[in-house]
Design a binder for this molecule. Sequence first.
Ligand code: SAH
Length: 536
Amino acid sequence: MVFKMRQIVLKTAQSGLRSLPRSHKPQILKQSYRSFIATPAYREERKWSTPLAKQLTEAINTTGPIPLASFMRMCLTSDIGGYYTGAIEKDRDQFGQKGDFITSPEISQIFGELVGIWFVAEWMSQGRPKRGVELIEVGPGRGTLMDDMLRTMKNFKEMASSIETIYLVEASKELRTTQKNLLCGEDAVTTESKIGWHSTSKYSGLPIVWTDSIKAIPQDPNRTPFIVAHEFFDALPIHAFQVVDVPPNQPPPSSPPPNSSTRTTSTSPTRQWREMVVSPTPKGTTHDDLRTPKSQQHEPVPEFQLTLSPSVTRHAQYLPESSPRYQALKSTPGALIEICPDASLYASDFAVRIGGPNPPSSTPTTSSKSGISPPLPQTPPKPNPSGAALILDYGPSSTIPSNSLRGIHHHRHVSPFSAPGLVDLSADVDFGALAEAAALASPGVEIHGPVDQAFFLESMGVKQRADMLAKKLLTAGAGGEDGEEKKKKVEELERSWKRLVDRGPGGMGKVYKVLAILPENGGRRRPVGFGGDVSA
Ligand code: SAH
């Protein structure tokens, strides 16, 4: 089974424990395994696995191969059977025992509690604002992380009463309902407005607003936004590019970029970025053609394939030129990179909410030219930067991800090009790109990390919290269990939190990273969890 797979829970209200996983079955991390195995469910020849497979094929047959990002976006959030947004499987629960994966907040309540504490510590360090605080979560899944955060924050009354609104950015209608049921109760009424959907939290009657994009959340310079994103960025669509040497005397591509050296026929090889594009796998394609590893050659050939575009696409003209990080790789023939413009947009948005926009005259030229950073026309200045963003996900600390797209279905790693809409797709997060986008978007922020999840959680006191919960479990009359049952629960509690900080190959401590965007303070104050202490 694969990470993000929800485990069955036992309610032990008196013990202060949210839940305890019951299953001890081994699970695979969502990011830990990169080979692709098609499952027998996709074996049938040319019978479309999903309605989206047929639609994509028809579209590509008309327009030509599409960028990987377009394929990924359709697969994840298309209305017609997207993985998160299309109800192609009845009562689907991506996170369930019958679902596809498991995430940290679903593994242990301690995860959300410590994230909650981190925001409380930030609130304290930023002068304990009495009002104007808003909590924003992007991609809240089942709402478990926000629920654990709110339950924790409730214990810090001054902080809890400073919160005015909770915003949840969620593309999936089904998951919005799941979140509403958890955070507001099944009977709570939802109303609709221009911004999104509204209900009232079971915690102190706080208003909760759901939107399907962060842009819909009003930007107010008097607000202090505390923003959290857990395993959200890995679900955003990526473009993939490779450096190729074009032989001399090759005719120019159909639409050459302005000032491009490919405009005229050349006598020496030219180096170009070429985009990886998706097309249906032609009939008769074999695993040998696709260079499938030997161990997987008994599986069916995937329905779609990733190939290098034979000409320079629009995105290849500007995305790999948009940052010195990518430009530095252009001298390496064969180099592969992944670029996620949406991730940069989100990071820029967070930064502007916290630190305010660049003054109009000093907007860095790269941001408008690259198309990566958002144009921020009417964003009001923010004289007193405030708030914080915490981004938790998997990916390398500073290098640019390559070849990291993966597919997951029913606890197995499968080809990301099989059964579109049924298979979850994700890719490594480029933390370096997030930091760069945030810093470029706002002069009022500074970036800390990324640090390993193990370092973050250990600094936040994961062991101490686990010890407390274990003690409660053993002493309280939790559900009238006998000693043996209590012991089992404590063992499970130990197993689950240790998994979050396990630095080994099957654990989440090293591959998962944490990055913070904070108000600029000249690097004088290091946040807790990143090597600093709470400063009240
Ligand atoms: N944070 C949760 C869920 C992670 S799964 C957890 O850790 O358990 C990714 C979440 O992001 C889901 O809730 C999914 O519906 C949402 N999502 C994915 N792409 C999105 C997009 N483009 N816009 C808004 N929400 C999106």
